[in-house]
Design a protein around this ligand. Structure first.
Ligand code: NAD
Length: 485
């Protein structure tokens, strides 16, 4: 019997599901059991061509509609998404293995927030009038044209919406390629947008590995590329986009610091560290995986952390009582287990977890290492799994320097009850998305993105509008034109 997660077809182009079984088959494996639940096929060159040509053509009329008309469709899509939240959350759980307890509140709901927010902004995207004596300049905020979105596997619905909603609000069309690991959810986003009245051809989803992404990025018809992925992929995609002088947004990886001072509320700090390391089983780009704890509260912090981490419920992700799911793939599980071994070898002190869970699926126990030093592999490289490194520090000055000593710069957090210190420290941390006495909140109203190797550009908020549109300026002369001859 066909599994309910199996989509009608692999791709969604020009307002309809499209299949081409000549492409490489991509098995979809449910991470909680290891069973294959669906198959999609990578886009062939013919599918890539169909998606790009249809998106290029459809954009012309969409860009000419009023922002209010465009926004109305996005807001209708948000309503449909919310109404179908349960079904979409179940699918997100099959696609990623993340527990339903999370997906019910974090995925389709945050996708709907993006559709609603950018739908609301669409009608207010205006230019400026700049007086120049008798003459004047006016500016027009125009669409970029055809945008490509490429997704990572941790938030397939959210990423499809975080890229699609601002792109469409600004009058662009989009071809979106989900991660080959989680190909299912973006198809639902396309389906819902069209059910809400989006004209055919404006939001297309095609499947495939890196080659399909590369074919999209290098096509001369594409005006902008927005990638969510790792730093090595980001460097390749950025370089390929630069060759065609395309606009880019790069949402990449991190190894973010979470700094906990002696005066912090220990329960809140432990909660922040749990949210910043174990949500989505640690598969979150902005995670605060280097937890710097001031020596005075170190043992108290570790004791409460071990106690609360012990309460994680590993189990069937479709059971709402489960609070901690598997790694997305067997491969990712093995990568994470490899880092755990490295941590042990390099002399970090294991506080809890530290191995594969004794159950079906790709579960790794939530793992905490203490006495981690700055040069250890687990403190330098992005693990993308549930492995928290706790490092000690003495002074504010020292911890800021150590927190910044990384190529990454996505996020940073500070827990302290001294508010002037909180702002002073955050002001010196090299990171794009920061938190005070909290961790990993990502509302659509707030800009999201990294500095240094963690990225270029911002998603969400009014900032995203700047990255999906461009400004035309027009000088208007009222008098005669003076010329030298
Ligand atoms: P990845 O870099 O392996 O792949 C990302 C996407 O890029 C996939 O769809 C892949 O098929 C595509 N791709 C690969 N090579 C390509 C090429 N040459 N040209 C075009 N496309 C190509 O990342 P992943 O393993 O899917 O996701 C995990 C990574 O994503 C982590 O590093 C994580 O930190 C990062 N991430 C960042 C954010 C953020 O917003 N900053 C959010 C989620 C995940």
């Amino acid at each position: 019997m066909t599994h309910p997660a199996q989509p009608k077809a692999s791709h969604f182009i020009n307002g309809a599901y499209v299949e081409d079984t000549a492409g490489t088959p991509i098995p979809v494996i449910y991470a909680a059991t290891g069973e294959q639940i669906a198959t999609v096929y990578a886009a062939t060159p013919a599918i890539v061509e169909q998606a790009l040509s249809t998106a290029k053509e459809a954009q012309k009329a969409w860009g000419k509609m009023t922002g209010t008309e465009r926004g109305r469709i996005l807001r209708r899509a948000a309503d449909i998404m919310r109404a179908r939240n349960h079904e979409l959350s179940v699918l997100e759980t099959y696609d990623t293995g993340k527990p339903l307890q999370e997906t019910l509140v974090a995925d389709a709901t945050s996708g709907a927030d993006a559709l609603e927010y950018f739908g609301g902004l669409a009608g207010s995207l205006t230019g400026e009038h700049i007086p120049m004596g008798e003459d004047w300049v006016y500016t027009v905020r125009e669409a970029l044209g055809l945008c490509v979105g490429i997704g990572a596997w941790n938030y397939p619905t959210q990423i499809a919406c975080w890229k699609g909603a601002p792109a469409l609000a600004c009058g662009n069309s989009m071809v979106f390629k989900p991660s080959e690991t989680t190909p299912l959810c973006a198809l639902k986003v396309a389906e819902i947008l069209h059910e809400a009245g989006l004209p055919a051809g404006l939001y297309n989803v095609i499947q495939g590995m890196g080659e399909v992404g590369a074919a999209l990025v290098t096509d001369p018809r594409v005006d902008k590329v927005s990638l969510t992925g790792s730093v090595p992929t980001g460097k390749k995609v950025y370089a390929a986009a630069a060759a065609g002088m395309k606009h880019v947004t790069m949402e990449l990886g991190g190894k973010s610091p979470l700094i906990i001072f002696d005066d912090a509320d220990v329960e809140n700090a432990v909660g922040g560290a749990i949210n910043g390391n174990f949500y989505s089983s640690g598969q979150v780009c902005s995670n605060g995986t280097r937890v710097f704890v001031q020596k005075g509260i170190k043992e108290k912090f570790l004791a409460r952390l071990a106690e609360r981490t012990g309460a994680a419920v590993l189990g069937d992700p479709q059971d709402e009582a489960t609070s901690f799911g598997p790694m997305v793939t067997e491969n990712q599980m093995n990568i994470v287990l490899g880092y755990i071994e490295k941590g042990k070898e390099e002399g970090a002190r294991l506080i809890c977890g530290g191995k594969r869970a004794d159950m079906p699926g790709f579960f790794v126990e939530p793992t905490v290492f203490a006495d981690v030093t700055d040069d250890m592999t687990i403190a330098r490289e992005e693990i993308f799994g549930p492995v928290m490194s706790v490092l000690d520090f003495d002074t504010e000055e020292e911890v800021i320097a150590r927190a910044n000593d990384t190529e990454f710069g996505l996020s940073a957090g500070v827990f302290t009850n001294d508010f002037s210190r909180a702002h002073r420290v955050i002001g010196q941390l090299e990171a794009g998305s920061c938190f005070i006495n909290s961790y990993n909140d990502a509302p659509v109203e707030a800009p999201f993105g990294g500095v240094k190797a963690s990225g270029v550009g911002r998603e969400n908020s009014k900032e995203a509008i700047k990255h999906f549109s461009q400004v035309k300026s027009v000088y208007v002369r009222m008098g005669d034109v003076e010329a030298a001859f």
